[in-house]
Ligand binder design. Structure first.
Ligand code: NAP
Ligand code: MG
Length: 482
């Protein structure tokens, strides 16, 4: 909470009493919930107060094998032969049930992952439903999406997702796979399994045929077993560049197709003619949204020299008014860091940035005593060779640099191993087009940031991965196009 009393809001917590979180969640295989073959379980907790939330079954190799077999059978006997329009009906039904249960999903997402309720309520859950609606529409129109080609499904898709947008990432992956006629085995992240398990309940409620989607909570070893399973036709992975590289090595020489959505180190560029207040609001949103746990977070800020002082003053002022705390409070801007492990990584970078010689700035604000937290942080006077400028931190930490000319800004922006996204802030359309053409990033936002829509493709250049999710482009990785 900010200490200035003029900014203290009365607490406004979202009620969580209507949300049932079971004591124990089981694996979802072949349309049924069941325990792991070896009976293993793990715990999931609320990162905002370290409270135990639930015990979850842990999928081992034997469970991966059972799930892949169920998905194969469902593919051969039910889902592939089904009329495409009927597949679409199931997707519409799933989307509608998600909308009906949206409050429950939003609260669960915030409890399990630590993100502010205003984000899970207004972004994660509505967008997840929108993805199912959008791809439901494509299910019977694939011939129109790829005229002159003959699209056909691939088979069984193994999908592995991270903890930063648990339900949304599941929707990004499952909806296009099903629309294209594939069946799925999905592995959610270890720290955020709950909305994926509730999504399994939605599939049951929607009457989705058994085995079409199987959900296997577990850890990295579960993901690795899925990648290595010989009867998987496609791997769709979102996560770190490090694990992405390991997956590529594991499937090299096999017929498995892959799409990899990996890390990022996006530059937000403010030119001297930009509307500064609007730009600063966008920069704040770009890096502090979801605690900076966003692959496309605007974690670098490049400011043209003439407006540097004004931008830094505005940024610091705005940071004083950000509210950090209870994720379930509707006024919270920055929630909890997803796990102790991620908090330690971020803390390591805060120490490193100071050691490298950048100047650290944090607002005057107290943090809750329990749970995992990080104050929003600026690093001023950062330089291109600093590791805090080159490496993904995945926390609410912004490295600020200056530039003199647009050419210099473009060179700096492109000078990292990543290329997922970027932002440009200027008054002139011609400058926007100059930047969007020359920035080597999958998404470039102009005078806005972090805007998502199911009809718009998303994906990276360089070490940010390959393949696109969303839009018509998002169908292609799930199809054979003869
Ligand atoms: P991560 O460690 O790579 O984990 C991602 C997923 O892979 C998790 O489900 C993880 O399981 C699983 N996994 C771990 N080791 C594996 C292995 N050897 N084989 C197969 N699967 C394995 O990434 P994270 O730390 O959870 O997520 C943050 C990263 O994701 C960031 O780098 C971020 O930029 C990236 N990300 C990218 C996008 C995008 O669209 N480009 C979107 C969101 C996040 P456990 O969690 O259970 O260990
Ligand atoms: Mg959790």
């Amino acid at each position: 909470m900010p200490t200035d009393s003029s900014w203290v809001y009365a607490p406004a917590p979202e009620d969580s009493s209507h949300v049932e979180i079971k004591k124990h969640y089981q694996l979802f295989i072949d349309g049924k919930f069941r325990d792991a073959a070896d009976g293993r379980t793990f715990d999931t907790q609320n990162p905002a107060n370290e409270a135990h939330l639930s015990e979850v079954a842990f999928s081992g190799e034997a469970d991966v094998d059972t799930a892949v077999k169920a998905a194969r059978r469902a593919y051969n006997e039910v889902w592939c032969p089904m009329r495409p329009a009927d597949r679409g009906k199931y997707l519409y039904r799933i989307a509608r049930i998600l909308q009906e249960r949206s409050r429950e999903f939003a609260v669960t997402e915030s409890l399990d992952g630590g993100k502010p309720i205003k984000e899970s309520r207004d972004i994660d859950i509505p967008l997840a439903a929108a993805h199912f609606f959008y791809y439901a529409g494509w299910a019977d129109k694939l011939d129109y999406a790829f005229p002159g080609r003959s699209p056909s499904s691939l088979g069984v898709a193994g999908q592995i997702i991270p903890w930063n947008f648990p339900l949304l990432m599941a929707a990004w992956k499952i909806a296009p796979a099903l629309a294209c006629g594939n069946t799925v085995v999905l592995k959610p992240a270890e720290t955020t399994p709950l909305t994926a398990m509730k999504l399994a309940e939605v599939f049951q409620e929607a009457g989705l045929p058994a085995g079409v989607v199987n959900i296997l909570p577990g850890d990295g070893s579960t993901g690795a077993a899925l990648v290595q399973h010989p009867d998987i036709d496609k791997i769709a992975f979102t996560g770190s560049t490090e694990v992405g590289k390991r997956i590529q090595q594991a499937i090299a020489g096999t017929a498995k197709k892959a799409t990899l959505e990996l890390g990022g180190k996006a530059a937000n560029i403010i030119l001297d003619d930009a509307p500064l207040h609007q730009a600063v609001e966008g920069i704040i949103n770009g890096i502090f949204f979801n605690q900076g746990h966003v692959c496309c977070a605007g974690s670098r800020l490049l400011v043209q020299e003439g407006v540097y002082d004004s931008v830094v003053t505005l940024l610091k002022d705005r940071m004083e008014t950000l509210r950090v705390g209870d994720p379930l409070d509707k006024n919270t801007d920055i929630g909890a860091i997803n796990s102790k492990a991620q908090q330690d990584i971020i803390q390591g970078y805060l120490e490193l940035g100071e050691k490298e010689g950048a100047e650290i700035h944090q607002p005057n604000c107290t943090l809750p005593s329990k749970g995992y937290w990080c104050l929003p942080t600026l690093f001023l006077n950062a330089t291109q060779s600093h590791r805090i400028v080159q490496e993904e931190i995945f926390g609410p930490v912004l490295a600020v640099q200056t530039f003199r000319t647009p050419d210099e800004a473009i060179e700096m922006a492109n000078n990292t191993p990543y290329g997922l996204s970027a932002g440009v802030w200027t008054d002139k359309g011609s400058r926007i087009f100059n930047f969007t053409k020359r920035l080597r990033a999958g998404v470039v936002w102009a005078n806005t940031y972090n805007q998502f829509d199911p009809s718009s493709p998303f994906g990276g250049f360089k070490e940010s991965g390959f393949g696109r999710e969303g839009g018509l482009h998002g169908l292609e990785p799930y199809l054979r196009l003869d």
